[in-house]
Design a protein around this ligand. Structure first.
Ligand code: 13P
Length: 335
């Protein structure tokens, strides 16, 4: 393992005011998003949509890295230029989702564990040869009156840590994503407790697997009330709860934290990130940034609708969101 390469990549992805653009939806997730707005669910539409994203003019001004999916990393623009070349020419670092999805966890009704460790060493090598310099793995944790169980948290933490060790062995920075889902009516306090237990479990597992913390990126959820919880805290209260939870549970050796958006409205996700940077400007040991998918893409997708004539307007919407998120990193975003 070349430690300095990992450290340099992790810092390049998270330092400054840029962030990550997640465009690694699996085919089924991408198809679901297309279906919701009437876009045909074909490989060509998925390709055209991803071409729209990566050819957005000046994307590299605000985006340090993009996360691709197995189908996408192999694709080309209509003129034959590989997506990887387009991304590198824009000054953006290519990354790749390497988990193969969350599956029912045996013995734990209603809970999931993420799969994809079998053969991962070979897949990481192949992705590295294609140009990927970082990877992503997402574990999902549900919250309700009885969930999550300690068993589910432990299983996902173990998988994340084994994935991370394999990534570092292959010279790729692991983006470690333990996501406490927003679905449900749980309170912000429950989310805080569950997020805290997950982070504790993840960092204990990373320690056991000899993962070098200076060469990882953490991609957590913000600490939020459930979507259908009656009490919805203010932007500042959410910023405070999130940073308090992270300060208690994320070692200072981690260079950067890039939040997922998790289904938050785009402007709200940005405003919450902004509030964290305003309120804790000099009090955090890590850079905090974004690694949003929906909170960057959704407005653009709704404008595009699958029509060539809408590409420019969709790219403008996408650019606007990444610009706003970069402003939020500086604490300069006005909703
Ligand atoms: P969202 O920002 O849409 O939650 O997606 C982030 C991501 O990469 C999910 O794995």
């Amino acid at each position: 393992m070349n430690e300095q390469t990992l450290i340099t990549t992790a810092q390049a992805l998270t330092a400054g005011h840029k962030g990550l653009l997640a465009m690694d939806e699996s085919n089924s997730t991408c198809n679901k998003r297309f279906e919701a707005i009437g876009i045909p669910q074909t490989v060509e539409y998925r390709r055209a949509y991803r071409e729209l994203i990566i050819t957005t003019p000046d994307l590299g001004k605000y985006v340090s890295g993009v996360i691709l999916y197995d189908e996408t990393i192999r694709q080309q623009k209509k003129d034959g230029t590989t997506f990887i070349k387009v991304i590198l020419d824009a000054g953006i670092i290519p990354g790749i989702k390497v988990d193969i999805g969350a599956k029912q966890l045996a013995g734990h009704p209603g809970e999931k564990v993420t799969e994809g460790l079998d053969g991962l060493r070979d897949r990481l090598k192949a992705y590295g040869l294609m140009g990927a310099r970082f990877a992503k793995w997402r574990g999902v944790i549900s919250t309700d009156d009885t969930l999550p169980t300690h068993g589910c948290i432990a299983a996902n933490a173990q998988a994340l840590a084994r994935y991370a060790a394999l990534c570092q062995e292959a010279g790729l920075v692991p983006v470690i994503e333990p996501e406490v889902l927003m679905d449900g009516d749980h309170s912000i306090h429950q989310c805080f407790d569950v997020t805290e237990e997950c982070l504790q479990a993840v960092f204990a597992a990373l320690y056991l697997q000899n993962v070098m913390l200076e060469g990882i990126i953490l991609k957590p959820n913000m600490v939020l009330p459930g979507l259908s919880c009656e009490v919805q805290e203010s932007i500042d209260e959410i910023a405070d709860a999130t940073i308090k939870c992270l300060l208690r549970n994320v070692p200072a050796a981690v260079p950067g934290i890039t939040f997922l958006s998790g289904g938050q409205p785009a402007e709200l996700a940005t405003a919450r990130l902004n509030a964290m940077n305003v309120r804790f400007k000099s009090g955090m040991p890590w850079d905090i940034a974004f690694s949003f998918a929906r909170a960057i893409q959704q407005p653009a997708l709704e404008i595009w609708k699958g029509y060539e004539a809408n590409v420019l307007a969709a790219q403008q919407a996408l650019y606007h969101r990444v610009m706003c998120n970069a402003a939020a990193r500086r604490g300069e975003y006005n909703m």
